[in-house]
Write a protein that binds this ligand. Structure first.
Ligand SMILES: [Cu+2]
Length: 164
């Protein structure tokens, strides 16, 4: 074997430097994760509501219910490629509780122009409590913003807020 040239020695030195850097980075990331989990108590959400996709019809009834004056519960099932119900009409809403689940794949639920934007996973019920501004009225677009298959671009709905 020929003796290593100066260039080869230089390359080997650089490789050790990079390996060292990677070890330092990985160790710091794991240390930060461990510190957050143990010392700060950061964990995955525990108040998650689950459901059985095979028995969805028994567990969630899509629709709008006014539970008190101005307080609405809206249950929504997202599926390829629609929201059920697809049109949500609310009269003078003050508080809206959305419960959204998916019957098949991962979807998104976004009301354009508001801060309602949530991922929807099969097997989980995403719950969003929303206080629409008092001057908000008219029609708003509801979009799926997670790519969910060939008909994804057709997956949208409508929120109508009626005041008066
Ligand atoms: Cu989609």
């Amino acid at each position: 074997m020929a003796p290593a040239s100066q260039a080869e020695k230089q390359a080997e030195k650089l490789e050790y430097i990079w390996i060292g850097l990677i070890i330092v980075m990985l160790t710091s990331f794991l240390a930060i994760l461990g510190y957050a989990a143990i010392a700060k108590g950061f964990t995955t959400p525990e108040d998650v509501v689950t459901c059985d996709v095979r028995k969805l019809d028994e567990q969630i009834t899509p629709g709008i219910r006014e539970v008190a004056p101005g307080v609405y519960e809206v249950n929504i099932t997202a599926r390829m490629w629609a929201f059920i119900p697809n049109e949500i009409v609310l009269e003078n809403p003050q508080k809206v509780i959305f419960r959204i689940t998916s019957a098949d794949v991962q979807h998104g639920f976004e009301i354009v122009g508001t801060n309602v934007n949530v991922m929807v996973f099969p097997g989980y019920i995403a719950e969003v409590t929303w206080y629409p501004p008092e001057d908000m009225e008219g029609e708003y677009l509801i979009l799926c913003n997670e790519y969910c298959g060939l008909g994804h671009q057709d997956m949208y709905g409508k929120l109508v807020i009626v005041r008066g």
